[in-house]
Ligand binder design. Structure first.
Ligand SMILES: Nc1ncnc2c1ncn2[C@@H]1O[C@H](COP(=O)(O)OP(=O)(O)OP(=O)(O)O)[C@@H](O)[C@H]1O
Ligand SMILES: [Mg+2]
Length: 263
């Protein structure tokens, strides 16, 4: 990674209800572009993000631009410039696009950066008066990411922005993230490895609440044995050029083959 990490997480631990959910998470977020946080279901990705944001009790070290933040409450972390697009997007379906954005304005953070949001996502300007619930999944993700860009944040954390989206919409969200990462560094929690390959420079992999791998994303994804061992995906899943946007889960190539066999 070139330059000091923007966010440096060391030995992060979270205990909830007596259960050790995280025990030894290390993670560096690069000062530009996309850093991916990977791991199977239940590995501790969301808990890591919530711990960085102070939403769960945690110990260890979380340095943002060199400053220790592990004891700061969430509202101060937000003021330090961390924007969060949560796993469920948190978009208010009954409110318009403009209202969703307005709710994200942060008093005291200076003039909200509508110019930047509208430059990156012209659709949000065009659809300002449309109820967010009537947007496509990709457009809702623009709202979720757009909100994090309004307040001059220096880091955006997006938790599985492509979860449950159709492959075509995944491509749309990839463009959204690409555009956002040109403006602000992004920590991307993701299980779609094709998306990770397209977007991420570096990555960290979690398993059972601890970091089991860190390094350039391209190196990990070029190593089928490592991806299978660390992420539990097969050789043909997601990361081939033939399926540049295939989601994880049931192997789409086997489905295609089954279709061919039946033809
Ligand atoms: N508040 C909580 N109380 C008890 N257990 C929790 C809590 N939050 C998370 N867990 C457990 O901690 C583990 C890690 O959960 P987490 O949501 O961080 O995983 P994840 O990697 O984000 O998974 P997914 O890919 O499914 O989103 C899981 O076993 C989960 O059931
Ligand atoms: Mg999660």
């Amino acid at each position: 990674m070139s330059g000091e990490p923007l966010l440096a997480v060391r030995d992060l631990a979270v205990v909830i209800g007596g259960r050790h959910i995280l025990h030894g998470v290390d993670l560096d977020v690069a000062p530009s572009g996309v850093t991916a946080l990977l791991g199977r279901n239940g590995a501790g990705k969301t808990t890591t993000v919530r711990a960085v944001l102070g939403l769960v009790p945690r110990t260890g070290s979380v340095r943002l631009a060199g400053e220790e933040t592990v004891r700061l409450p969430t509202h101060l972390l937000v003021r330090r410039g961390i924007g969060y697009a949560p796993e469920d997007r948190g978009v208010f379906a009954g409110l318009t696009v403009a209202e969703n954005l307005r709710l994200a304005e942060r008093p005291g953070a200076g003039e909200p950066a509508y110019d930047l949001v509208h430059e990156l996502f012209p659709e949000l300007k065009a659809r300002a008066r449309q109820p967010a619930g009537t947007l496509s999944g990709g457009q809702q993700q623009m709202v979720a990411i757009g909100r994090t860009l309004l307040n001059g944040n220096r880091l955006i954390i997006a938790d599985e922005p492509t979860k449950g989206l159709a492959p075509r919409v995944v491509t749309e969200v990839a463009r959204v993230l690409e555009r956002a990462a040109r403006a602000v560094p992004v920590l991307l929690v993701e299980q779609n490895l094709a998306l990770v390959r397209r977007l991420a420079g570096h990555c960290a992999v979690l398993a059972d609440g601890r970091t089991v791998h860190r390094g350039p994303a391209a190196d990990l994804l070029a190593d089928p044995d490592a991806t299978r061992r660390l992420l539990g995906v097969g050789r043909r899943t997601a990361v081939t050029e033939e399926h540049p946007m295939a989601p994880p889960g049931p192997d789409p190539s086997s489905a295609a083959q089954a279709g061919k066999a039946g033809a």
